[in-house]
Design a protein around this ligand. Sequence first.
Ligand code: ADP
Ligand code: MG
Length: 871
Amino acid sequence: MSIFCFCNRKGKTPRRLPPKKASNSQKDPVGVYCRVRPLGAEDEECCIEVISNTTIQLHAPDGLKANRNGEFKETQYSFKKVFGIKTTQGELFEDVAKPLVEDIIHCKNGLLFTYGVTGSGKTHTMTGSPGQGGLLPRSLDMIFNSIGPYQAKRYVFKPDDKNGMEVQNQVDALLDRQKRDSQTTVPKTPTTRRIDPEFADMISPEEACKADGVDEDSSYSVFVSYIEIYNNYIYDLLEETPIDPIKPKPPQSKILREDQNHNMYVAGCTEVEVKSTEEAFEVFWRGQKKRRIANTQLNRESSRSHSVFIIKLAQAPLDADGDNVLQDKNQVNVSQLCLVDLAGSERTSRTRAEGSRLREAGNINQSLMTLRTCIEVLRENQMCGTNKMVPYRDSKVTHLFKNYFDGEGKVRMVVCVNPKADDYEETLLVMRFAEMTQEVEVARPVDRPICGFAAGRRQRNQAFKEELTRRLEERGGPLDGESPTVLNQLLQSFPPLPPCEISGPNDDVTLPRLIEALEKRHKIRQMMIEEYNKTANMLKSVLQEQDSNLLSKENFIQEQRGKLGEKDKMLQNQKNEIDRLEKKSKMLEYKIDILQKTTNIYEEDKRSLQHELESREQRLQREMSEKRRMEARMQGIVTDSKLKWEKECERRVNAKQLEMQNKLWVKDEKLKQLKAIVTEGKTENRQPQRPSREKDKVPAKRSASPSPVPTGPPVRPLHRRSHSAGGERWVDHKPNTNVDLDTVLQPNLPNAIKVNAPSEKALSKCDKYVLTHQEVASDGEIQTKLIKGEVFKTRGGGQAVQFTDIETLKQENPVAASRKRRSSETGPDGEPKEGDWTDVETRCSVAVEMRAGSNLGPGYQHHGYPKRRKP
Ligand code: ADP
Ligand code: MG
């Protein structure tokens, strides 16, 4: 019994291609497909999105996003093809398993496994359910649909116990068949679909499909095995052991062996020959049942075991007659398709297992881990050219599959995923494994055509048989007891024998006639033999010719095939390169997308910052112009107040100047008067001290304060001052207190404005000013003084009077005049005189110092200083 025979190559005939490793350099990546099952409930959170027929996208569920800040929250995974929730079992089969079935019929091995978390749809995909048959029943059905008419009789092929296949002779096969028929326990091949209801209607007849190019000159036989790997033990699910319901015997585990071609197989594993889909289903179902019972009895969980269903197809050429299978073991070709439903790929923590369960789960995981490691090492070896040891032996599953990865065959994996968010983390691990697996390459199985005999033997044989039957029927069918052989037919074509009943020993009539007839027959026979030989020779030469033709054609075909292979190789390489580039470009597109998004965000930021900058600039501009306006205003205020203060200063300076001039003038005047008195006194009293005092005083004064009047020293002949220029205008100031005098000498002021109190208005219109001042002189007479001055415009816009002259009008009693005068002037009481001067001086100075609004009484008012104009 053998389980893992990849190709029976014992004693290859020269017609076959040389063994795998020497010839086969073409490799194909493991075909990884993804199937997404529908959500269990509509309200479940979904974490998978099918975004194209080759790509899915994983979304981290909300709860998980927080602690995955470093990674992309969305990851894409590409597959050879992605099957969405609406994919039917038939569609999946069409893409995934049909090519593998075609391969097995053309002598190539295949391995198909489903991988995924428990509940993701592995069993649904592999086995299916009534009305929705999975890949396994569909594969079986396609095989039988294809080889149906060319199947060998049961027991013609017989597995040896070393993973090989023998051809039994007709008699042994017949005996075995008879033995089987007599065993009532083994059901006969059902002619109708008499099968377990649980397995009924897996495939509807209209879905049936068939492989093309089946070699009709071969005979076929299908063998199935079904094993389970649980806790790293291998169990044969088809082993016929009586089940004792009371004291169940634990199933015996099997071991792996290597055959002489270094292929791994399960030693002693049952291989059941099946002749129809239904029968194969039944065998599978038997195994399923056994598995279920064992799980229940031993309290195991089926999701933790790997189940492996092996379909082995034996084929051998028909003999030259096209009648029987060629009795040559070396001509038998065996190929197989392995259908594996792997254990759930979830981590131990999820199974919440305890005790021995935990150990089981650990082992399950260990085997999947080993599978992972093997794939990893293989990939590394292939990609980096390293030669690391792949740890196939670490687990039974990988050990069993070893030949697929380091030998040849087509390997396909269907990754099943449940899109629910709860599975997210485990699905992520599944995806990573899938991604890695796609990068592993497996040697492509080579074509091994069987070309031992001329093609079309089965058909020719059939045609000949038909022709024979037709001719026999034409002849009215064979006589009773006669076998419808060719000889019989030929005999019938000879001339009939005359009646040969001999009447006596001397029957001269009958015997010569018989002799004649026989001689005639003999002659015909000779002619026929000659004819036959001639035809045979001709045929032989024709055949030989054909043979040589065929041979050259075959050579040519071989040559072309070689070329084709090369081209194929090139094409495949290019295809792989394209695939790789496509994948890369997809990844780059994704990255570009992300970068684009980031750029958009930055641009948005930039725009908002620019906007802010602009608004700030505008604000700044506004503030600057505000500042400039303020500055201009301040400048205005400053210049205004500067001007104001300049004017004020000027005004004060002028006032001070005027005051000083006035003081000077008054002092000068005093000095003059003093001088006059002194000179007068000199002439009269000859007082020697006065002039010296005068002399001392005047120059000192002069030097200290030069008169502001440019007309010269203030002491001048009085008459010279009294002039009346026609163009001058006067302010004639006569206080109300003045008494009108009947004097002859009266001031004549033409063109004068008379005022009794000084007014600024009047002053502004005039350039001369005169104050008529009356006082009682020392002799008791009224003395009138005309104090004259010039009006100046001050810089501040006011008027100032600079006193320039005093004219004195005095009425005198001619008798007492000189005495009185003298006494008043020279009397010991110098006070009145002094008082007079003091009075004038004081008034003058007051006139200068007086400020607007001062209230100095009527005596002083006429010295009024012009009111300051308001600015
Ligand atoms: P697994 O073998 O991976 O543990 P199953 O194949 O037993 O998962 O699937 C679990 C459940 O989900 C089953 O009831 C099955 O019918 C259902 N299921 C799985 N895949 C699909 C699918 N593609 N369409 C409909 N139902 C599915
Ligand atoms: Mg399952």
